[in-house]
Design a protein around this ligand. Sequence first.
Ligand code: PMV
Length: 371
Amino acid sequence: MIAFSEVSFNITASLDFVKTFTNMMIKLSWRNRAFYDKMKEVSSDADAAQKAMTSSHTMRTFFPQPLARGEAPGKIILFGEHAVVYGRPAIAAPVQQVRARAEIWPADACVVDAVDLNRRIFVARARRNDPLALIVRLVCERLHRPLPRWRIRVTSEIPPAAGLGSGAAISTAVVRAMLAGFDEELDNAEVSALVYEVEKIYHGAPSGIDNTVVAYEQPVWFVRGQPPRPFAVARPLHWLIADTGVASPTRIAVGDVRRAWEQDPARFEMLFDAAGDIARQARTAIEKGDVAALGLLMDANQRLLAEMGVSSPELERLMRAARDAGALGAKLSGAGRGGNLIALVHEDQVERVQQALLRAGAVRVIATIVR
Ligand code: PMV
């Protein structure tokens, strides 16, 4: 009779043999050798590089499907950016046409592969303020789990630093994938709260609007520090989102507005109040389906944003082109200075305004419907 310990020894020995043999085969391949060397260089740790390589190549053979997936949309701010940081209301909506995705694969260690950035992050050894490592740690802490042996593969179609909520969407996709991988659930408010912690790294002192709209995936009426309020959209609203191609990190624009507010608080409080009033009127117009009023309110909001110092010649040129081609209104969306603008259009004008924006130099135009 074979003792239990012998069986387990034999299984362990066989697994060790398979692992050693597989690793040997991997090392023999030139491409994998190059990969190994690169990982060694990046991680400056031969053992970690070996593990990562084993994960990426052998694990995929055994597991053709990821263990779990998560996704999140991009977002636009329809009304009230910047003023929202100072407690005024704002309106935002998800953009389903561009998404961030995360997949969970088995691995020997907890690593995040930021595919678009060509970065691999070993979570246990990452900097404290590395956004991707932080969101993984926060989820584990919240669920009282140790770091899992997962390779979390992250991809995103959302351009970074463009006002479309790329950072919030990536974090949210990672949270959702990890929840699915652990077979756990958190409600939208909790997902949003975890993502908010990471947003602080990108933004400094974010209002929380990005993580909220991305986690809830629906149009929201947002006031800082309060739960978001969904509201009725009386009729589908057609928006074009045009990218100036100018990267503009949110942190810089938000910091500049803060300094300007500190220098002239009375003037900036008036601008923020006016933006808050516009957001209130816009909500009524959306609830009534009054698109003509909404277009005018966008133009008015844009004038305030220009006075706050966050417009740019590229944004102004594209907005002019959109209005000349028949848009009902146009404004920047997000932090400004570059990034994206939004134009409200009648359904039958979408193509015409889109072409005008491209001719005027937009690097990409996305058509989306808010309903
Ligand atoms: O991340 P962005 O570029 O969409 O900007 C967020 C909106 C701001 O109001 C400018 C900042 C904030 O935290 O609300």
